[in-house]
Design a protein around this ligand. Sequence first.
Ligand SMILES: Nc1ncnc2c1ncn2[C@@H]1O[C@H](COP(=O)(O)OP(=O)(O)OP(=O)(O)O)[C@@H](O)[C@H]1O
Ligand SMILES: [Mg+2]
Length: 356
Amino acid sequence: MTIISLTNVTKTYGGSGRSVPALRGVDLAVQSGEVFGIIGASGAGKSTLVRLINLLERPETGTLTVNGRATAGVGGRELLKLRREIGMVFQHFNLLSAKTVAENVAFPLQLAGVRSRAAIAARVDALLTRVGLSAHADKYPRQLSGGQKQRVGIARALACRPAILLCDEATSALDPETTRSVLRLLSEINQELGLTIVLITHTMDVVRQICHRVAVLDAGRIVETGPVEAVFLHPRHPATLALVREAVREEKAAGNALRTAGDVFRLTFRGAATYSPILGHIAREHGVDFAILGGQIGTIRDEPFAQLTIAFSGGDVRSALARLDAAGVDVEELTPADATLGAQADVVSRELADVA
Ligand SMILES: Nc1ncnc2c1ncn2[C@@H]1O[C@H](COP(=O)(O)OP(=O)(O)OP(=O)(O)O)[C@@H](O)[C@H]1O
Ligand SMILES: [Mg+2]
């Protein structure tokens, strides 16, 4: 079921004089229960998109539906109610410094009109337990680490049982280790509650860690969208290539090697295939030699992957490739044109920036 949809949404800033087109026809459909990433470089339009989805601003043209409701013309109490169905998590936490942790989490419940102090206390208690902060209920935000502050931010966002959690650069102010633990918490909450999470970020690593699907926003347009595995491992658009930095560097390296080495392939191993000793097998069985030109290993949502750029020479390359294919390894032949895609990505992004 689609829980958020945008159809041909545009947004331009500045009425008279210099106008800035921030979104230029965005189509997007987020499914209920998924963790959906929206990634883009600075100025791509991410924050603009957030302000539309959380109903702080209206699209100039196009349609937006949130939690199955068309948002055009919705105002007053209805708008407040719809907004409450979206929990917000912010980059800089936005906690109230004069209130304790418990009071921060209680605040949205009070705003929503919950009167019973016992009901509020019970809900706050459950939320703080869930985010691992029950021992810190009476502390003030200044007494907490960044990661703890963001856990309070998450508890507060969940207080009114939203249908959607919208995270705007929620881990950008945190170190890598804390980022991992906060992303793990979000992932657990997604699974436990079936809560839809929309995660706005400029970092592919964040997307790789928890998102199911991702859309790449570039100069106000969605230029690529799909399962994270596909977008991360096989980026197509220059803007995506630029965000998947390792891949860009790897292809440049491959470009250098193309002049000297044999046939160059990019092999993508996923899941169990990642750890299979298949390269040794094909060297022995098919007599091919190989040189590793570049590569990366890592995980996508806890599933391991490896991507290697390899030059094969000698032996029976064709049957070696068939053997790899049978073992579930994704094989792509890299042509010199592919190998220079990295350089192209830089040029095209600059051109797009100039147009903007
Ligand atoms: N209030 C505003 N008035 C005029 N222009 C704006 C306003 N807000 C954003 N813009 C412009 O709209 C475009 C998109 O901005 P937006 O803040 O949505 O990008 P972003 O992807 O969130 O960038 P960042 O990663 O730097 O936060 C940019 O060109 C920006 O300069
Ligand atoms: Mg922004």
